[in-house]
Ligand binder design. Sequence first.
Ligand SMILES: *Cc1c(COP(=O)(O)O)cnc(C)c1O
Length: 432
Amino acid sequence: MAAQRDPGADLVGLFPPGTTLDGSGALVLGGVPAPELAATYGTPALVVDEVAIRARARRYADGLAARWPNSRATFASKAFPCTAVYRLLAEEGLGIDVAGGGELTLALAAGADPAGLVVHGNAKTEEELRLAVEAGAGTIVVDNFDDIDKLEKILRDTANATTGGEQPVLVRVTPDIRPDTHEAISTGQNGSKFGLLLPQAREAIARLRGSDRLRLDGVHVHVGSQILDTAPFAQAVEAVAELGEFAVYDLGGGLGSRYTYADRPPTVEEYLDAMIDVARRLLPADARILIEPGRSMVAEAGVSLYRVVSVKRGGGHTFVAVDGGMGDNLEVSLYQQRFEAAVATRPTGEGELCRLVGRHCESGDTLSAGVPLQDPQVGDLIAVPVTGAYTYALSNNYNGARRPPVVFVKDGAHRAVVRRETYADLMRRDLP
Ligand SMILES: *Cc1c(COP(=O)(O)O)cnc(C)c1O
């Protein structure tokens, strides 16, 4: 079946800014032709345009500071938890969100300033909270009353040099807002496992105000991910404003990214305007505002490269099977995220409507259910754009897959920041 690309669709426009085509028509990422990257690092590989992440970080930090000077942009690191990414965003002056001991360890290993760490999680163990307190984490977000019990116990046990025995905390509020996004990544509704509904949040606030070990700085709200309109963000600010005046308001993350031609997410500036307009009306003028973008900080900087292993036609379908799939990109099977794709050496022009599928033993292992690919052949290089967020983080060893390398590109240079797993790595934890 022939398929014409949407005439308005600018395929290259879905790739990181600065992506070009070389003389042969092949994609050039960060100044490096995609075939050269594949030849050097093999496939599958996750290529990340360092310049694109830095530019996005500055756009967030500067945009927020221009609208609300007493503020900080914080990277929700679960979207891409490798030390090279932590280091890059720490260098750009962002704070770092961590959920759990693993992300905390990675952030510290990357040299992130502990004072800028925001520690999240709906099930923080005492061990993890102790790690955070002892590291001098600037902010711990209380998700439940058990967090308060555990923290008070830890602070009774530990005289922490960095905080002088007093740990700053925020209370995570569930405002009962249901943004238009996939259920699995909606977090602000009644029935969410995250945070406290307003009555319970009030109770936690009262309890924390009476604590001599925990210093209540304010409240936190995060209503979901891949949100493609600004209204839920504005509503979230209205909801936290109802809880009263605080020194700090952490307004979370969640801005959607443009995965497909059809996606029209708000710009960073539109998103900031929506929240800060409400903040100006309802929050104290001297309050500090934090935001926590994850997906939108890194998604558009990433490109996954695969090699075509098989092309199979029948029953009206063309299956183009590649050497990766749900082992390196779970976004499709978890949230039915749609991705576009292209043959990296001839990305533009007319194509055959294909199902781009992975190598794993499940029918749900699809990278794109319907994408035009130009004359796909075994051995072709396939590029899937907008894979910077939640792919590396969710990569796994299903079917014995070795997790792919992460390769940074910048100004024509490339370097691996995470190497590909080896079969020896797969065996390492296995005790025969
Ligand atoms: C995941 C998460 C974020 C980031 O969400 P994105 O949709 O990736 O921007 C921010 N804050 C908290 C508490 C989160 O859990």
